[in-house]
Design a protein around this ligand. Structure first.
Ligand SMILES: *Cc1c(COP(=O)(O)O)cnc(C)c1O
Length: 425
């Protein structure tokens, strides 16, 4: 039976057998006991499945991976130590030195740095695409060695909505998969596989955990992309892996070739594994994901409407506001709501924005977004403080930009806090 996503948040993942714990147990163990060297050898050779070392798999982590795969509608998932690791592995699983990738430019700053600096240093070139690019503009970026297209459903912090169907159509016409970072909407508000995306990644440190307790990331495989049909483009998946006695991932694992290789090859070699305790905390957080997202979206909509009616606020960026440049795309891909993050500007620029922030009493100034406590960040006086006004606007961050992450407290208290802070300007 196909449950509603609300039910899946609670019931998927850990499925206890007779007499087993009702709640997901934390298997806080690096290793697992076997009585025969032969069995262990078969595990090493991927002839049989099972846990033997927590860098590769762990029952607690596996249960949480299964829960996220169920929420996204994928066939398998791999958890990582942080969102950054998920983005890195998702690309390096199919692109190597000498290859090229294409990415939307409206992505998380950490992902931008990973692509723009680190991947280039590793020999993987990248072309960035502007929001609202035409088909022809995206197609012009393709090269014979292009391996994938990457974008963010709802970009952090600029809140651009990716036209997933457009990106998927163009990717598939060129025989490459579309990877989508779905961190901000979460599978509650958008499931990119339903619009043609092939791989989804998340920073689970945000809404999925929701309580700002544990860093984490995850890669989810839809199982839809036909690697064998483009065998020469993806030799890592379609030719023998000598480190596993010559297995060929597409032959041995079929639809699960990509996500299996990610674990058995890249996680084995790079070791960006999550701790079982963090996997447990993530699972606990996701039990209420559906409830929290509903409240985040309700509250953020009210805050956006309040801000857009105050004359001390010069502009508001929230895709749920009719008239917002992303409103139509948001209605198409996230009809039940986007997320709790809003950006806006106040009259008086950089200085007024600082004063506004420092006057907030409920909303805390933190380098984080997307958790249940309302928080706020002024990039121009914190993360981007070394930049001039001119450099800021080149980075798409205006001096007056305030990033406001609306939590799940009572809406009247959140708006009351904003009102009293605006009154100090
Ligand atoms: C935070 C974030 C990341 C990076 O995740 P970490 O868990 O901080 O490593 C990646 N993508 C998006 C959209 C994010 O918001």
């Amino acid at each position: 039976m196909d449950w509603h996503i609300d039910t899946k948040c609670i019931q998927e993942g850990w499925k206890p057998g007779e007499g087993e714990p009702r709640v997901l147990p934390v298997y806080q163990s690096t290793t697992f006991k076997y009585s025969s060297a032969g069995t262990l050898g078969d595990l090493f050779d991927l002839k049989i499945g099972g846990d033997f070392y927590t860098r590769l798999s762990n029952p607690t982590t596996n249960a949480v991976e299964n829960k996220i795969a169920a929420l996204e509608g994928g066939i398998g998932a791999l958890m990582t130590s942080a969102g950054q690791a998920a983005s890195m592995l998702s690309v390096c699983n199919i692109a190597r030195s000498g290859d090229h990738i294409i990415s939307a430019v409206a992505i998380y700053g950490g992902t931008f740095n990973l692509f723009h600096k680190t991947l280039r240093e590793l020999g993987i070139d990248v072309t960035f695409i502007q929001p609202g690019a035409t088909d022809a503009e995206i197609e012009a970026a393709f090269r014979p060695n292009t391996k994938l297209l990457f974008g963010e459903t709802l970009s952090n912090p600029s809140l651009q909505v990716l036209d997933i169907e457009q990106y998927a159509r163009i990717a598939h016409a060129h025989g490459v998969p579309l990877i989508v970072d779905n961190t901000f909407p979460t599978p509650i508000n958008c499931r990119p596989f339903e619009f043609g995306a092939d791989i989804v990644v998340h920073s689970t440190s945000k809404y999925l955990d929701g309580h700002a307790t544990a860093l984490g990331g995850v890669i989810v495989d839809s199982g839809h992309f036909d690697w064998q049909a483009h065998a020469s483009r993806y030799p890592g998946l379609t030719t023998p892996d000598e480190t596993y006695h010559g297995i060929v991932y597409t032959e041995q694992f079929g639809k699960a070739a990509y996500i299996t290789k990610c674990r058995t090859h890249l996680m084995r070699d790079m070791g960006v594994a999550p701790s079982p305790q963090n996997a447990f905390l993530l699972s606990q957080g996701m039990d209420t994901l559906h409830l929290r997202m509903e409240r985040h979206c309700f509250n953020a909509q009210k805050v956006a409407e309040f801000l857009s009616q105050d004359e001390r606020v010069t502009w508001v960026n929230y895709p749920g506001l009719p008239g917002d440049k992303n409103y139509e795309l948001a209605q198409k891909y996230m009809p039940h709501g986007t997320c709790g993050v809003i950006s806006f500007g106040v009259r008086g620029g950089r200085e007024a924005a600082s004063r506004f922030m420092e006057s907030l009493k409920l909303a805390a100034i933190v380098i984080h977004v997307a958790d249940l406590r309302t928080c706020v960040l002024h990039p121009a006086s914190t993360t981007h403080r070394q930049l001039s006004d001119q450099q800021l606007s080149e980075a798409g961050v205006t001096p007056d930009l305030i990033r406001f992450s609306v939590g799940i407290e009572h809406i009247d208290d959140i708006i009351g806090d904003i009102r009293q802070a605006l009154d100090t300007l």
